[in-house]
Design a protein around this ligand. Sequence first.
Ligand code: NAP
Length: 253
Amino acid sequence: MPRSRYRTALVTGASSGLGRELALGLAAGGVRVFACARRAALLDELVAAIGAAGGTAEACPLDVADGERTAATLRRIDERSGGLDLVVANAAVGAPRDVAPYAWEAVRAALHVNLCGAAATLTGALPAMVARGRGHLVGISSLASFGALPAAAAYSAPKAGLSMLLACLRLDVVPLGIDVTTVHAGFLATPMTARSTHRMPQRWSAAHAARHVLARLPRAPAEITFPEPLASATRWLARLPRPVRERLLRRLG
Ligand SMILES: NC(=O)c1ccc[n+]([C@@H]2O[C@H](COP(=O)([O-])OP(=O)(O)OC[C@H]3O[C@@H](n4cnc5c(N)ncnc54)[C@H](OP(=O)(O)O)[C@@H]3O)[C@@H](O)[C@H]2O)c1
């Protein structure tokens, strides 16, 4: 594993799936990783695995649904670490299975974690990065943010909000020396999708997705989008005239 350009990184949602693989990959490149999520026992296991492989990581239990605490935690870790070089807002929840996808309970959870939690993570880190004139913010969004999909209001709306937040932040902070990257991921074989029954074409493993992202991050692109065939199809669908698109989506959904 080549040495990373980052000295320190914080990853939310590091207890599972893509976040765990990103944390492992960063640590393997010599980065000191601050691993955040709610399940402390899983974070401890991750930290032990990283330590056993010769890397350095710290478990930072955190519920990003509490935006105030999240922003404050980011500021504290930034100070304690001597400055975070990379912050990855990855924590998210999928659509709950026990309530309708259009129910408030479903929409509320996704908004609080997937949008407000990510916003608090990124903006919590930003003032110190701006003061240093360097740093890299990354948000894990989804191809689901490209356009409306059936049964996806709870999941897609916060992801579209996150993609827009990152695109706006880029305009403000790239001139100040801060890189901003939006990751638009396709389907991943992780606990989030483990019990899903709908079709998931071109589903990648979390490890493969993490390698893909980490190989591209050092160049600080505006976007990392994968897998490309599915991304192109999703973009094409979003550009169809609305009546055609809605008819097609209702039939597919
Ligand atoms: N799976 C897919 O098909 C897919 C597709 C496109 C994009 N994505 C995105 O990829 C990212 C990673 O998802 P994944 O598939 O790896 O899912 P996952 O395995 O379910 O992991 C989600 C992570 O988020 C954390 N999390 C959830 N709620 C949290 C909260 N309130 N506070 C702090 N951490 C919280 C979970 O940890 P705790 O439960 O321990 O808190 C877990 O570590 C997400 O942003 C997801 O939206 C996934």
